[in-house]
Write a protein of this length. Structure first.
Length: 377
């Protein structure tokens, strides 16, 4: 990463941790196939199993419950496409949950979202009961642990308790939550949990699906017996080793994440002081300590992101861009926010390596950039 730039897009991907780099380089020198029984194969297998234990420890799971994948998108698809009759999901979920939720004839049932970004519990007990009345029906409720755009935390444990009463399986995408808030698969009492390596400083292209023993799950890649027979194919040993090393490192650092919240709060305070018309989306809800979703109504998010990039600062848009046109963020639309906000939001996300100088660089650029964008509008 160019050290002359200010990187404030940790929710997209975190910088590679030195522990992960070292583990990957070590693994690249191991020749054996982890499915082979000879010494070289056993050495490669040990690297995978060590990583499995490290990932399990991070999320309060058993090593046998961890299935390695190429990332959270694959893991989300694997769960959502496992033959459900009904999938309960809120409109704030990641596209890798929403896009496949209607596959195979499944019916998607909407979970309502409040204006602060938190899903509502009211009426869910009745809804769950109505859809699970048919004993042969397979129902899934999927709820992210933390939103990738706003950082808003969701009541996964409470919804899991409601779903359990009706025999409904529960999945949570914890991609943004791990390493930032404590996550315990066992205490949540859910069936599936998905996570991704590169969000915690591991390599891209590795992730995991945590599966409770006995939970229904279709095989999504056949051919060999790898990963409990669910995902055939030779494992990416180097990426998995790097993932495990990152999981161990972030687990040790979790108690120190409060410092990140102080930096985030300082950034928001300065932005609001300089631009009182600014909206901090989800500000009054429980949030990740590292995430700010910021909008000046009527200012195009894409224009702001480009301007910050030219100023040497990496942030991202809360809205998706297609063919040069700014589309509304589906997350913010689901929250019921107006179009002049849903098209204006940018996301600033920080991490343990973020410094006070990084925050100062952003706030110093904020006034000039927002004024220039306003004049050009």
């Amino acid at each position: 990463m160019d050290t002359r730039r200010t990187y404030l897009d940790w929710n997209a991907t975190a910088p590679l941790r030195p522990e992960a780099r070292e583990a990957m380089l070590c693994a690249l020198d191991r020749t054996g196939n982890p499915s082979s029984v000879h010494r070289e194969g056993r050495v490669a297998r040990r690297l995978i199993e060590d990583a499995r234990e490290q990932v399990a420890r991070l999320v309060g799971a058993k090593p046998a419950e961890v299935i390695f994948t190429s990332g959270a998108t694959e893991a989300n698809n694997a769960v959502v496409r496992s033959g459900w009759n009904t999938v309960f999901a809120a409109g704030i979920e990641h596209d890798s949950v929403l896009a496949p939720s209607g596959d195979g004839g499944a019916r998607r049932a909407a979970i309502q979202v409040a204006a602060n970004g938190v899903v509502g519990l009211s009426g869910l007990d009745t809804d769950f009961g109505a859809h699970s009345a048919n004993a042969s029906a397979m129902c899934l409720v999927t709820l992210q642990a933390a939103n990738n755009e706003t950082g808003v935390l969701q009541p996964v444990a409470e919804i899991a308790e409601l779903a359990r009463k009706h025999g409904i399986c529960v999945h949570s995408d914890a991609t943004q939550a791990i390493g930032r808030v404590p996550v315990s698969f066992a205490r949540l009492d859910i069936d599936y949990l998905t996570l991704s390596s590169h969000k915690i400083g591991g390599p891209k292209g590795a992730g995991a699906l945590i599966v409770r023993d006995g939970a229904p799950l279709a095989r999504w890649q056949t051919g060999g017996g790898q990963e409990r027979g669910r995902r055939a194919g030779t494992e990416n040993v180097a990426a998995i080793a790097g993932f495990g090393a990152a999981a161990a490192a972030v687990h040790a650092e979790l108690p120190e994440f409060g410092r990140v919240a102080l930096l985030r709060d300082r950034l928001e305070h300065e932005v609001l002081r300089m631009s009182p018309e600014t909206q901090i989306i989800g500000r009054n809800a429980p949030r990740l300590a590292n995430t700010s979703c910021i909008a000046i109504p009527g200012r195009a998010a894409e224009t702001l992101v480009t301007a910050f990039d030219l100023a040497g600062i990496a942030v991202s848009a809360g809205s998706a861009c297609s063919s040069g046109k700014v589309a509304q963020s589906h997350v913010l639309v689901a929250m019921g926010l107006p179009a002049n906000v849903t098209r204006a939001a940018i996301r600033v996300s920080i991490g343990p390596a973020t410094t006070e100088q990084d925050i100062a660089a952003f706030t110093a650029a904020w006034t000039d950039i927002t004024r220039a964008v306003a004049k050009a509008a």
